[in-house]
Structures are given as C-alpha cells and as structure tokens.
Design a protein. Sequence first.
Length: 82
Amino acid sequence: MTRPADEIAAAVLSLDEDGRDPEALALLTAYAQLHTPADTARIADRDPARLVPRLLAAARAGSVAHERDLVHALRVSGHLSA
C-alpha cells in the first residue's frame, strides 16, 4: 500500500522544515519511480512554489525521460508554464 500524494507532500514539507533535504529528495525520488508522472505531479498541489523544484530534482535523479514526463504532467496540471 502506498501513501496518497497529499501525505507525501506533507512529509516532504516537514522534512524540509527540519532541514532534512536528503531524506525529502529520497522520498520524492522513490515516489516518482513507483507512480505515474500525473500522480507524482499531484504532490505539487499542496505547495507548488516549494514542491515543484523538489519534484524536478527527484525526477532528474531518475532519468532524462522521467524528468521530461514529469515536466509535461506539471504543465498539464497548471504548475509549470510552457
């Protein structure tokens, strides 16, 4: 069983506030590898300004193709402009 995107977002923001950047990146990277780009983009709904850059870094850690797919999903969801 996996956690919903909103719970992942809350956890990442909490880790960020605690100065635990490596753990936040690891959590996002793992989530992005297991879920579709559209599901991963939903994480940004909670706080796009803080979460979009982190999501892109996590996708970049996976592969260029994964980053490209996430960028598309973030654009479709309105979190990135063209």
